[in-house]
Ligand binder design. Sequence first.
Ligand SMILES: *Cc1c(COP(=O)(O)O)cnc(C)c1O
Length: 374
Amino acid sequence: MARKSKEAYASLLKDSVSNVPEYVPGKTASQIAAEYGLDPGSLIKLNANENPLGPPDSAVSAIQNAAKDASLYPTADASNLRKALSGYTGFPVENIAASGPGMDSLIDALNKLFVGEGDEVIVPVPTFTYYGISASAVGGTSVDVDLNEDYSLNTDAVLKAVTDRTKIIWLCSPNNPTGNVVSASDIRKLAEETNAIIFIDEAYVEFSEAGSLSSLIREYDNIVIGRTFSKAFGLAGMRLGYVIAPAWIVSNLLRVLPPFAVSILAEAAAVAAVNDIKYLNAGVSMVRTERKKLIENIRERTPYKVYPSEGNFIIVDVSPKTSKEAVDDFLKKGILIRSCDSFQNIGRNTVRITVGTPEMNEKIMEAFETSENQ
Ligand SMILES: *Cc1c(COP(=O)(O)O)cnc(C)c1O
C-alpha cells in the first residue's frame, strides 16, 4: 500500500483545535541575542517576570543531590511537595495538587475537568492569555469581558456574561499585566451569584501587600487558587505549579493529571525553596522597595503614565511612542522589556517591565531618560 499524504489525515484533527489561538511568550535572552547579534550574557532580562536574583542556592543544591535519583520515578502525586506546601499555605494536603509543566498544566487540567465542546469560560481582559487558549483546546469558547478603564474588575459585566454554559471564570490577582488585585467582596459576589468555578491566579501573590484570597476556599466549594514556583520562588525553569482548592476538586484533578506530573528534580527544588524563607523574604522585600522607587522615578522623571502594581512588574503607557518603539529603544541599551501588544484590550502603547535589582532599575531609568523623543 502506498503511503498517503498528510491531507488524508488532517480531517482527524478536532475542529476546535484549528481555532486555538497562539500563546506569545517572552523570548529567552539567547533568542533575542541571536536575532539582534548581541551577547546574551550582557542583556538585562526584564521581559518575563522571572526572579532577577536567580534560583535559591538551597534549590540548586537540592537539584544536584536529586540528580542521582533521576533514573527513578517520583511519587505519583508529589507527596513530599504537597506536605511542604501544606506547611507553607496552612491548608491540609487534601486541598493541594501540584503539577508541571508550570501552573499552565493545572489550567489545562481544570479545563479538562469542567469544559467541553460548546461550554464557555469568562476571561476579563487584559490578562494572562493562556486561560482562553487552554479552554479553546478542549472545545470551549472564551468570552472576553473588558476590565474597567482603570483595569479594575467589572463584576457586573462579568455577571452579565454568565450563561448556563459558563463553567469557569478566570481571574488573576495581582493581574498580569495590569498589576492590580481583585477584592474579596467581588470574589464572594461571583462565587455566590454564579454556578461557575471561580479561579484566582495568584502567581504574584507573594509580592502583594493585599495578601492572599485563599481563605475563601474554607467558605466556598467553587473557588480554586492557582500558584507557581516561577516567580517569587525563582524556579521558572523547573516548570512547577500548584493549586489550593476544595478537596472535591483536588481529588478530581488528581484523576485527570498525568501520574508523576512533578519530576524528581522539580520536587526537590521546590521543597527546598518552600523551606528557604530567607530567600523568599529577601526577594519579596527587594521587589516591594524597588517597585515603589521605580514607579516614583518614572512619575517624576518621564512624561509617561505608570500604573500602581502589586506584582513584580509594572506597566507604563509610553504614548505617543508605540510599545514596539519603546521595546526597541530599551533593547539598544541592552534591556529586554515586554510589549503588551499580545494582550487584548490594552492598546498599542503599553510596555511591561519586570522589577529588577537596584542596579537594573537604575539602568531602566537611564534608558527612559536617554531614549529619543521622550
Ligand atoms: C507567570 C505566570 C503564571 C505561571 O506560569 P507557570 O506555568 O507556572 O510558569 C501563571 N499565571 C500568570 C498570570 C503568570 O504571569
